[in-house]
Design a protein around this ligand. Structure first.
Ligand code: ST9
Ligand code: ZN
Ligand code: ZN
Length: 338
């Protein structure tokens, strides 16, 4: 950073209303000859099996399962989704609002139901993604193509830059939360129980569903929620508009927002990551509706957002700097001449 004459990055936990500033590292983005891809065959096999069971789950939904099981699958999909959007993403990775302990408990259970790794691991990867977006240090760097950013990154070893740069990410605020430490420590017990065993056993016990129907519909629910989430990393970094910042890959994608319960407004989100709405407008944003409901009973509070004036002011500064500046602006001038 010194050689490039760049200002040093802020350290320490995220302050209120502090942006996650993107560090531009030299954009030698992914040279395939540099390091051979280390495929993790265990994950490849697991995901192939899960997808096959999920396909069978589609058959069950239409032909053999009870309608209660299908309805239950849809309900679990949304609960898990909110665990990711309202919990791992907006509460823990971005600290965009605060939550009282009953809401935190609900969120940690829902986040485990979604099984996308512990909230701590999820947030670490996500903070690294924001800070080093579209560089080798981004775990699901969209410049490496649709498949890699969608699910390929979970099928191979991470790029060394992810680990090197990721070390600098402050995670102390999350380790300070006993509930998250507990979930992280016992994840390999809690996750199978909450994401796979209970969702299968409950329909068998309560409405006499068969094991095969209950199991495969639940796997289908899980696979669908994974793809909805992964679409934010792939499609919402590729196809859509960039009203807030045309210099990044993240885009506004309404289709993704529908499945990812409001997380497809990704150009806005990367520009203003601390906003609990993760969008400028309230449309197609079920997560926002649910957080607002919890805010009404006081379980969600200190909701951080961005005023219209601030959006206009930031745009004005950024556009002017990009158009006429000499590249030395402490935030928007970084790395432009690379
Ligand atoms: C899944 C996650 O699907 C999906 C996340 C999506 C994020 C979406 C973001 C969009 C936002 C909006 C949300 C929308 C939601 C919508 C919902 C709708 C339903 N920093 O990882 P390891 C170091 S998970 C710093 O094993 P490998 C660290 O020292 C699916 N350091 O790397 C670490 O040790 P430790 C289920 C880092 O060996 C060590 O490296 N889960 C960082 O390269 C080893 O870490 C799976 O399938 C970092 N970021 O293996 C599991 N990362 O942890 C898949 C690593 O002890 N994962 N280090 O500190 C794996 O098997 C492995 O991670 C691997 C890489 C094979 C992919
Ligand atoms: Zn992103
Ligand atoms: Zn984010």
């Amino acid at each position: 950073r010194e050689k490039q004459n760049l200002p040093s990055l802020p350290t320490g936990p995220l302050e209120e209303n502090e942006d996650v500033i993107t560090e531009k590292i030299p954009d030698n983005c992914y040279d395939p000859d540099d390091r051979p891809l280390q495929i993790v065959w265990r994950n490849v096999v697991i995901f192939i099996v899960l997808h096959l069971v999920g396909l069978y789950g589609i058959y069950c939904c239409f032909l053999t399962a009870k309608w209660t099981t299908v309805f239950y699958g849809v309900l679990l999909y949304h609960l898990g989704a909110f665990g990711i959007t309202g919990g791992a993403h907006r509460l823990w990775a971005h600290r965009s609002y605060k939550a009282k302990w009953p809401l935190k408990l609900i969120l940690v259970i829902c986040q485990t139901l979604a099984h996308q790794n512990s909230a701590i691991e999820w947030s670490r990867d996500h903070r690294v993604h924001h800070k080093f977006q579209e560089t080798d240090a981004d775990p699901h760097n969209a410049k490496r193509g649709f498949f890699f950013s969608h699910m390929g990154w979970l099928l191979c070893k991470k790029h060394q830059e992810v680990k090197n740069k990721g070390k600098g990410i402050d995670m102390s605020d999350l380790y300070a939360e006993p509930l998250l430490r507990l979930q992280h420590k016992y994840y390999m017990i809690l996750m199978p129980l909450i994401c796979f065993i209970l969702p299968t056993v409950i329909p068998m016990m309560l409405w006499d569903e068969t094991f095969l129907n209950a199991y495969s519909v639940n796997i289908l629910r899980y696979i669908c929620s994974l793809h909805a989430t992964w679409l934010v990393n792939s499609a919402a970094h590729m196809w859509g508009s960039k009203p807030y910042d045309k210099y990044i890959m993240a885009v506004e994608n309404r289709f993704v927002s529908m499945f990812a319960i409001g997380e497809g407004w990704h150009n806005y989100h990367h520009t203003f990551p601390w906003d609990y709405k993760a969008a400028e407008f309230g449309r197609i944003n079920l997560s926002l509706f649910i957080i607002n409901c919890f805010a009404k009973i006081g379980w969600a509070y200190d909701l951080k957002t961005v005023s219209k004036e601030m959006i206009q002011k930031r745009d004005l500064i950024r556009n002017r700097v990009k158009r006429t500046g000499d590249g030395t602006h402490p935030i928007w001038g970084w790395g432009d001449k690379d």
